[in-house]
Design a protein around this ligand. Structure first.
Ligand SMILES: C[S@@+](CC[C@H](N)C(=O)[O-])C[C@H]1O[C@@H](n2cnc3c(N)ncnc32)[C@H](O)[C@@H]1O
Length: 239
């Protein structure tokens, strides 16, 4: 159900770009997501935003990484749900996280304040969820003792990264809507900044995406997807 227009703001006010109509929707597990009505794309599965992020990025990605300190990269920060779930999870495991998030069209802090993720995931961390959105871009910030955040507002199709990562959450809009995000050249750039044994997870299971990841050098497996998706892809830098 679509019930609220997002308060997108001009870049000059909140460093947020106005990306045409975005609306908050409620997904099957009760958690919010965003509908980009021009692209006809939702930011998460309609079968449940939290269940999808938990399965695709936390279960298939984060929980496979046992290092005490992790460099994580997210392509498509969006609502901040993956970052928030990561922060909550690693507080339990006491892993230290350096989290880099790339986003071209940030959601305004006012909109972020209306997402129901803190209520459904960790009520006591409402302020931290809000901080994920209000903290400045292009700057390293310590959000908690164990969670450092670096949000980069740039176009991923042109981005060059210099740091090395252990885990990548690849959460772009679908290849049908944004093919330029899913090319073997883009995956090669990511491969080059992966530490040995690094993992890349994505909800997508398309053959063309699997082949593009393989061309970039990743070993790729198809694994069961979140509710509503039979399969998803998990890639590793095995050499
Ligand atoms: C599927 S949604 C991401 C969902 C997000 N991980 C979340 O949990 O809300 C895709 C995201 O990619 C962003 N995006 C679209 N084009 C982009 C680009 N060229 N560079 C970086 N981010 C982009 C969108 O604004 C959107 O937030």
């Amino acid at each position: 159900m679509v019930y609220q227009e997002l308060h997108t703001t001009k870049k000059s006010n909140y460093n947020c770009m106005k990306l045409n109509p975005q609306q908050i929707i409620q997904t099957e597990d009760g958690s919010h997501s965003v509908l980009h009505s021009e692209l006809h794309e939702t930011y998460h599965s309609i079968h449940g935003a939290i269940q999808e992020s938990e399965h695709t990025f936390i279960g298939a990605g984060l929980r496979q990484c046992k290092q005490s300190s992790l460099n994580i990269l997210e392509i498509g920060f969006g609502t901040g749900l993956n970052a928030f779930l990561t922060l909550v999870e690693t507080e339990k495991t006491r892993q230290k996280v350096f989290y880099t998030a790339v986003e071209l069209y940030p959601i305004s802090p006012e909109s972020a304040a209306s997402f129901n993720y803190p209520d459904l995931i960790a009520k006591d961390k409402k302020d931290i969820f809000y901080l994920l959105h209000t903290s400045p871009w292009q700057k390293h910030i310590s959000l908690t003792k164990n969670f450092d955040l670096n949000k980069i507002q740039e176009d991923f199709t042109k981005l060059r990264l210099t740091e090395m990562y252990d885990l990548i959450y690849f959460d772009a809009f679908s290849p049908e809507k944004q093919p330029g995000m899913w090319t073997s050249e883009r995956f090669q750039m990511l491969y080059d900044c992966c530490n040995p044994n690094a993992i890349l997870t994505t909800y997508c299971a398309k053959g063309a995406v699997r082949r593009a990841l393989q061309t970039a050098g990743f070993s790729v497996e198809r694994i069961p997807g979140a509710k509503g998706k039979r399969e998803m892809l998990r890639a590793r830098k095995t050499t």
